[in-house]
Design a protein around this ligand. Sequence first.
Ligand code: ADP
Ligand code: MG
Length: 310
Amino acid sequence: MDQATHLRKLVESESKSIYKLKRDGTVGSNPGANEPKVIAVSSGKGGVGKTNAVVNLAIACQRMGKRVLIFDADLGLANIDIIFGLNPKYNIENIISGEKDLSQVIVHGPEGVDVIPASSGVQELTQLTEGQKINLLNEFDMLNCMYDVLLIDTGAGVSSNVIYFNLAAEERMVVATPEPTSVTDAYALIKILFFQYGVKNFHLLLNMVKDENEAKSVYGNFSKVVARFMGGISIEYAGFIPHDTLLRDSVARRKPVMCAYPEAASSDSFKVVAGYLMNRQNNRRNDGNIKFFWKRLMAGAINVDNRIGN
Ligand SMILES: Nc1ncnc2c1ncn2[C@@H]1O[C@H](COP(=O)(O)OP(=O)(O)O)[C@@H](O)[C@H]1O
Ligand SMILES: [Mg+2]
């Protein structure tokens, strides 16, 4: 047995006993609870409202009694911290290097929502040594008993980063606006995930719409085209967020609209979408939790890089 295999076995048995402790209720605040849901939020095109969707859905879920962690994985335009008015000191790079542990890196946002800040270090996930991966997985295993939901702001487009976060997550929500370019780019993202990676389940959130009719009509056309060219795919309607000047205003105030203007039309819609995401009955994968998410992320990353030639 080489050193890496030995170490892995050691850590596996160790984390099983930690996990058992948590399940027994000795550690963690919610013993026996369901595994956390891991949801990746992405879009074909930037500027369609992903980050606002993530922060406001996080607040809405937290108000429903869920414990929410956001992972800011948008390496191009990371701005969860901006909308939350946070100034994070550390990021995931400090965990990889072993300087800090997760508890020192996670920052606390409004209403108890926690955030793992972004960094270009996420790309280093593809180049970790076996020992670093084990350390990281062990750290992330702890999160399973601390949170009910992990929301990931993946960024836009079809870069390897966006693809591998989508592959690793249990569920995927694509955000689009009724603008033709946004819809076309959402289609391109889904097409790659379907044809190249066999991903079949998506939720579509329509943002900046006039009203629900517009959202339903865009969704109707979109799902028809997708069904015609991608057999066996499921695109579920996750709901809509109206175009709302109060949301724009809240961004300028570095606050989620749910906090700045709880009575705003967009705040109401975020509540409905959060209810949809939390209450829908789906067949949960038994490997849907946070640790498996990270495991898949680290295992799949190199593969994805090769396949899409990045
Ligand atoms: N529902 C909405 N109504 C009005 N403006 C919106 C709405 N959603 C987003 N915006 C505007 O679009 C900008 C970009 O949103 P953001 O969430 O940062 O997009 P992304 O993360 O997809 O790049 C916001 O700063 C805000 O001004
Ligand atoms: Mg963003």
